[in-house]
Write a new protein. Structure first.
Length: 248
């Protein structure tokens, strides 16, 4: 985004747009026209609106290192990080053994982090950080392995976020499982053919996944709503009750 446009944006941080039309007019008034720049400022405005309306800024977002998820307090998925090592193919027995040894050390560290999540202890933090440094600053006989270790080491704060926020998941596999239906359907039939089709797909997939997590039969839920009986509580109420029970 041009520097003059950025300066103009920061000077209007208190602007309130009531709807999409007002927002589009506001963006145009700033002289921002490129789709990428419009996307960036829109995403920034959405985050700012969430914060303004009391959204918890201590929310931890766990990702696979995709840049669009680097918001609020960012943490990284250990499963994706370890894949940098797992995909390496050593050409000699020595290189293969180096990869095997590093992977073993990483999973030992992962076990330490899991134990920390279950029983947080400030005294363990320094030991875990030292364990991390020992693994990812070492030099091996395999140049590609050394480069992968350096890359992971640069992400130390995000990978060890659990030390400050013990409730943080160590991986994002649960989220990836939630979108697996989308991926399988896309591979089989491509994408939807209309905006209405996309909304229907997203709505019913979300309902099905939510029912499954709440131990509610999706078929029974649909039958209950379509029949007008409404004997099954609102899913939003079930979510709140489950969250309250988990917090007790």
């Amino acid at each position: 985004m041009p520097q003059d446009s950025l300066t103009l944006v920061t000077s209007k941080l208190l602007t309130v747009c009531e709807d999409d039309i007002a927002w589009d007019e506001f963006v145009k008034s700033l002289g921002i026209e490129k789709p990428l720049h419009i996307k960036i400022i829109t995403e920034g405005a959405l985050i700012g609106s969430l914060i303004e309306h009391g959204f918890n800024t201590d929310m931890v977002i766990v990702s696979d290192d995709a840049g669009q998820f680097n918001v609020l307090i960012h943490a990284l998925c250990w499963i994706h990080a370890e894949r940098l090592i797992n995909k390496l193919i050593g050409l000699t027995d020595e290189q293969k053994e180096a990869v095997k040894s590093i992977r073993s050390d990483i999973w030992d560290l992962y076990a330490s982090l899991k134990n920390f999540k279950e029983q947080p202890d400030d005294r363990k933090k320094a030991d875990i950080e030292a364990q991390f440094d020992k693994i990812f600053t070492q030099k091996t006989c395999f140049a590609s392995l050394n480069n992968a270790l350096k890359r992971i080491y640069r992400n130390k704060p995000e990978l060890l976020r659990v030390l400050d926020f013990p409730d943080t998941p160590l991986h994002n596999n649960t989220s990836e499982n939630d979108i697996r239906d989308y991926v399988k359907r896309r591979k089989v039939s491509g994408s939807t053919r209309s905006e209405q089709g996309r909304r229907c797909r997203d709505t019913f997939t979300s309902l099905k996944k939510t029912c499954r997590k709440l131990n509610v039969s999706f078929w029974d839920y649909l039958e209950d709503r379509l029949s007008g009986l409404n004997e099954i509580p609102y899913l939003s109420d079930l979510i709140i009750n489950k969250a309250l029970n988990l917090s007790v």
